[in-house]
Ligand binder design. Structure first.
Ligand code: FAD
Length: 502
């Protein structure tokens, strides 16, 4: 039997924030042989959220898909390199740890290195776990270079992502997408019409009542979910009982020093503050829970903790942590904030736009909009959300803080069984398993467990089959090699000046 294709002829993307332009850029690149036109509609008078400025390493794959040159990308977005996140005061006030990209040490006889470190640690030896991570040591020494191609070199262990200016990133992707045929309409959408027979979206309606018809609608309109919620009433799962922060105030300031190659997250009375170094400024924001702090108090706290002169008025944002009940409903796919929002704590939102794009490419529809494909998209999306959600909840749950209501609440709250399972395994023998291709791998979980006081009762029994003197020597050599490697790299600001500035 021959297959007759019923191609999607027009895709309308509603929204021109990070989600809209990432989607437009990816479609313009990957659909070059597909007979469909892509139109992006953005309202010049509805601002983008504009604060998504920290990323994680898989963004390199997205740049590779688009064939974007990394140095040009950082020049255009005034971006910097990111080797991980420093968490300050999360476990206890006055205590700091680092969540690096990459891995800790090197496995010995197929047993993960952190198990050996646990033994040394119990003996009061071996230094801190971070000393076995090149990105951690380089971050604190302020040095950077991309990984060395030689797998035998310690410098091959470098792993990184970027900090970027969200507004410049959207502009950059817009130029990319428009150059490849995406049409942009600067119009305000006031609603949509649906087909009476099946409830599919037929057209978006502009504020002068004119319409634009399309076969497939990608809702990138931000938290409100103009199509997925206001038109299709898909519903939203509220996760504030696990992730209670629901507001943020953001304000960039002048940078007091050369950009450090890492994000800082400082826990505060009713939430936490981010510090993101760019080439031309610091991005700052206080994410908090409105049950425990007023907007004015949050703004005063942020202002009092800026390290340089403010560069803009404070921007106040409200959100409900959770996810849309179906990211893909009929012929409408929600991507970005319209699909859901957890916490910017581990810089996962831009990544989830990227994975939404990848899932769409794998399950690209024709006009039949097969419910089997849509259900699979939603199933995969749900798994991704739940696994990331658990990792974020861990940061709030594993705390010894009891100085304010938020921390007392999160320390005592009930957590999902899936997270309890991970905690039990770690507390038993420091073991971490990666399920369902989840985003965060061993290093991430180990960093937060160890950084936030989740102490295993025992280590892997196989560790004791390795000679202790030999372990001491190997561990000492690893630490020395990593320090020497980090010190051999250029300073981060010098690397940027040489490669990534205009
Ligand atoms: P938006 O940026 O809100 O864009 C919505 C678009 O829709 C705009 O172009 C607007 O004009 C358009 N629009 C809306 N209504 C209409 C209409 N009626 N007609 C026409 N157009 C319309 N992510 C990270 O990965 N890392 C981070 O460090 C990070 N930090 C964050 C901090 C905070 C406090 C918040 C709230 C989010 C953060 N995020 C972060 C998330 C990140 O900012 C978003 O995922 C990302 O910017 C995508 O936003 P968006 O494009 O979905 O929505």
């Amino acid at each position: 039997m021959t297959q007759t294709n019923n191609f999607v002829r027009r895709i309308a993307i509603v929204g021109g924030g990070t989600a809209g332009w990432m989607m437009a850029a990816a479609l313009s690149k990957t659909l070059s042989r597909h007979p469909c036109e892509v139109v992006l509609i953005e309202s010049p008078d509805i601002p983008t959220v504009g604060v998504g400025e920290a990323t994680i390493p898989p963004i390199q794959l997205f740049n590779r898909l688009l064939q974007i040159d990394e140095h040009e990308f950082l020049r255009e977005t005034r971006g910097t390199y990111k080797l991980g996140i420093e968490f300050v005061d999360w476990f206890k006030q006055g205590q700091t740890y680092f969540h690096p990209f990459g891995r800790y040490g090197a496995d010995i006889h197929n047993v993960p290195f952190h198990q050996y470190w646990r033994k040394l640690h119990q003996l009061g030896e071996g230094g801190s776990l971070g000393e076995y991570s090149l990105p951690t040591v380089a971050a604190y020494r302020g040095t950077f270079s991309p990984p060395d191609d030689n797998p035998r070199s310690v410098l091959s262990k470098m792993a990184y992502a970027y900090h970027l200016d969200a507004g410049l990133y959207a502009d950059y992707l817009r130029r990319y997408a428009e150059a490849r045929g995406v049409q942009r309409l600067a119009r305000r959408v006031q609603g949509a019409t649906v087909r009476p027979d099946d409830g599919f979206i037929e057209s978006v309606v502009f504020d002068d009542n004119s319409r634009l018809e399309a076969d497939f609608f990608i809702d990138c309109s931000g938290l409100r979910g103009l199509l997925i919620e206001e038109t299709l009433h898909t519903g939203y799962e509220d996760w504030r009982h696990w992730l209670p922060c629901d507001r943020a105030v953001a304000m960039p300031c002048e940078a007091p020093e050369a950009p450090r190659p890492y994000t800082r997250s400082t826990a505060r009375e009713a939430g936490w503050q981010w510090r993101i170094p760019l080439q031309h400024r610091l991005g700052n924001g206080y994410v908090y829970c409105s049950d425990y702090l007023t907007d004015d108090a949050a703004e005063s706290t942020l202002l009092a903790n800026l390290e340089g002169a403010p560069l803009a008025d404070p921007k106040r944002l409200r959100f409900t942590t959770g996810r849309r009940k179906q990211a893909w409903n009929k012929n409408c796919l929600a991507v970005g904030l319209s699909a859901g929002f957890m916490e910017p704590l581990e810089s996962t939102s831009i990544h989830m736009i990227q994975t939404a794009i990848a899932r769409l490419m794998t399950l690209f529809p024709d006009n039949a909009f097969d419910p089997v494909d849509i259900a699979e998209y939603n199933r995969l999306s749900d798994i991704e959300y739940e696994r990331i959600r658990d990792f974020l909840i861990l940061h709030y749950k594993a705390t010894a803080r009891d100085d304010s209501e938020l921390w007392r609440y999160t320390r005592d709250m009930a957590i999902p069984d899936s997270l309890q399972h991970k905690l039990d395994l770690y507390q038993s023998r420091a073991r971490v398993f990666r399920y369902d291709e989840e985003l965060f791998a061993d290093t991430s979980w180990i960093a937060v467990f160890e950084g936030q006081g989740v102490v295993p009762r025992r280590y892997d029994p196989l560790v004791d089959t390795y000679d202790l003197e030999q372990l001491r020597a190997v561990a000492a050599r690893m630490r020395q090699t990593i320090i020497a490697g980090a010190d051999s790299l250029p300073r981060h600001e010098e690397y940027l000046a040489r490669h990534c500035t205009a």
